[in-house]
Design a protein around this ligand. Sequence first.
Ligand code: FAD
Length: 456
Amino acid sequence: MSTYDVAVIGGGIVGSAIARLLGGTALSVALLEARDDVGDGTSKANTAILHTGFDAKPGTLESRLVARGYDLLGEYAQATGIPVERTGALLVAWTPEQLDALPGLRDKAGRNGYTACEIVDAAEVYRRVPDLGAGALGGLTVPGESIICTWTTNLALATDAVNRGVRLLRGHRVTEVRTGAETTRLTTTAGEVTARWVINAAGLGADAIDALFGYDRFTVTPRRGELLVFDKLARPLAPCIVLPVPSSAGKGVLVSPTIYGNVMVGPTAEDLTDRTATGTSEAGLEFLREKGAALMPRLMEEEVTATYAGLRAAIGQDDYLIDLDAGRRYLLVGGIRSTGLTAGMAIAEHLGELLAGHLDLTERAGLPAPPRMPNLGEAFERPYQDAAAIAADPEYGRIVCFCERVTRGEIRDALASVVPPAGLDGLRRRTRAMNGRCQGFYCGARVREIFEGEAE
Ligand SMILES: Cc1cc2nc3c(=O)[nH]c(=O)nc-3n(C[C@H](O)[C@H](O)[C@H](O)COP(=O)(O)OP(=O)(O)OC[C@H]3O[C@@H](n4cnc5c(N)ncnc54)[C@H](O)[C@@H]3O)c2cc1C
């Protein structure tokens, strides 16, 4: 059994970004993921907004890393083809108190280093979002807020990590930790892994791993966020992200276009105890329908094509909990609650700074170029629209999923990729197959047949 220089626990966006960064050095790195795929935890089910950080708590680590992550991920998206739409956001005030809060929010954005916000009157609010419900009194523009594909982000980072030599160990749930003088032995559901350094990026499981290192300093409370997804015909109703004025109860319910051409309403915020409760609830969806009806009544006439829920790893403090235990060669990355998609690459960079005195993180010469990811964005050309691609390879002209217009060529490519899917859900995240208004009713059997045929 070989000993890695670093073992990173958790193949979500944060762990994958860290593994990618360390994979660019001379260190040997393993990325351990409990599930059979990367990006199958919180990183697959969020609102997928690339945040500017305008509303973060000024002075926090989160504020700094969200702002930095916004730039890093924006640049990385361009290099890898992760789809991003620069839609901007409009924060809407519905009561005189909320209207009064707008200058304070603009100032707060400034303290977070974001100075592009402008206060606009009700007429301008309706000019920008004509289908907004009645009663808006004014708004605050946040031109930089953007929508992104969270699935492709996670996959690009993990693919890049593997291309750089990181050993991806899926199906490796860490269950025990034994720290020795030189190395730490991790017992996993698929055997033992030994490493000199361990980085805990286990999201909802970060407190459990921390406890295995002997700590008792925080508890993760899974905070469920449910969302409603509306049909693509609704997309013109939401030209930008429509945000509520945040309150002490959280960021509130937004209406947002999605990168796949839909519109979504959500998320709720409900503290649970069950860390596996990613199902949606009748009460949650009813609440969203009520909110949606007030925010944009026209939207409620459109069909809901999907619902989903994600769990934020809340830890009872308004900031990330990142801590280095040099004595035990252990690094905790906890409480990456509601901004980790945006901040992931900056969190990795920050860890690099913390580790610099302990490990040689000089970038290796001759690193492979970042991977070029298949485009899942509705606003950009997809294979079925690309005559040259179809002429060169007719499989890109054979549509399998008609709702999302996914071709046989894309499914074939996903199955042969560096980090192939382990199941149909993973295939959906790599191609959009079965993700449309029929939710796989028509194409599901065919997609399964291809998946099983190619997997053989
Ligand atoms: C409703 C909702 C909306 C959100 N909206 C946004 C948004 O718009 N923009 C934004 O930037 N962020 C958003 N977020 C936050 C963002 O999704 C998270 O911060 C981010 O996905 C966290 O990534 P992660 O890698 O820390 O966690 P995860 O993606 O959960 O990854 C952790 C991984 O660790 C693995 N793991 C756990 N225990 C073990 C173990 N013992 N051994 C091995 N592996 C283990 C898990 O299986 C999992 O894959 C939102 C979150 C939610 C829930």
